[in-house]
Write a protein that binds this ligand. Sequence first.
Ligand code: HEM
Length: 405
Amino acid sequence: MLFSTTREILDGRSFQRNPLPFLLRLEDRADVVNFKTGLGGFDLVRCPNLIQRILVKENDLYGEGKWTLRGRYIMKDCLITREGGPHRERRSQMRSPFGRQAVEASSGFMVDRAIRFCNDWQDGASIDLFPDMGRLALEIACESLFEIDLHGRSARLNEALLELLVAIPRLPIPRPRLLSARRHARGMAAEFTRGELIRDLREAGLSPKAIRDEIIALMIASIDTTPKTLCWLFTMIGMHEDVESAVLAEFDEILGDRDPTVEDIRHLKRFDRVLDETLRLFPPVHFIDRRPLADVELNGTMVKAGSYMLLCPLYTHRDGRYFDEPHRFDDARWLPSEVKKRPVFSFFPFGAGAHACIGRRLATVEMKLIAATVLRRWRIRPETNLVADPNPQRMSFPCRLERRA
Ligand code: HEM
């Protein structure tokens, strides 16, 4: 039976709608907290040392969790949904296009694409930033990984991929919108035939269909994460005038009147702190789910094989044991002297270990170059509802654009 009490059904709904208040209300403060919702039972791992054990030190003892496995209905057999040996094999086949050299070689067109994007904006206009940032991130990922310029075709593809993304945690039912989104994404992915990644996968013996599934999974991985972080970054900067002035002063000092290069972004120390603080409060991947392959003992709590285990950046990043006034935006937390005081795994927006985000370097370079390019041209003012309710689940970022003099 899926549900046992009315309370669990109601809890399940509130957890799905907005998991953060639900998790913050949990009264149990143990290292591993078991809770039930209409979605079933979960073991929330709260303790950074256990998070490190599960993701890194003892990663072989855990398989992918239920949500990730359900993702196979949408993403099929791909790096994200593989486990164990097959996962390691695929990861080694995909490594080089995500490496430093390849990402840095893409930095020039990252800036060009950001300029092309914000040149289309109108002074005084009200826009929703999320679809714009989604298209921009998708164009950059596709150009960087598959040498394809999507200009003019990214809006429809972004919509189709979002349709696939939101279907992942749902029951696998072939709804018409989903089938149409899948057809569109497959049609586009079939056009991608260039780039080191596709060459490497072909040489490793993958069929055209398997390569297509990997391309779609990578595009899905890039349309919510980087765009959502950029939206929150612009929102936080727009909400905190002192932070905005400091970030702009740093851009002036390092860049003068040039657009940023990959060399410049290494020197943007204040901006790095603002980005980390944004990822702390609004990690785009809220949950990392795992399944113990055998019964395990975690700091005195027995967790049964096959349980539904959650490691939760959204929750741990706001744990008052590691972050004073945890819901307040304060980038001074990222001064090296402050970072040293906290356990390393109190902050893990990109995961860690064997399944750590393969796109981390691409995403980080891209976010910094886009932000420095856009913010020097535009002041982005979040609309009031964003300021009043900074809900990490949000999918829409209404704001007003003001061109800088
Ligand atoms: C702000 C940006 C991003 C964040 C915060 C982020 C976060 C994460 C996290 C937490 C994981 C680990 C999941 C787990 O352990 O189960 C992950 C995995 C992954 N990410 Fe990202 N991601 C970002 C951007 C990207 C981009 C741009 C791409 C690709 C273009 C990408 C591709 C992937 C893939 C393929 C995996 C699976 C890796 C594996 O299982 O070996 N990510 N990401």
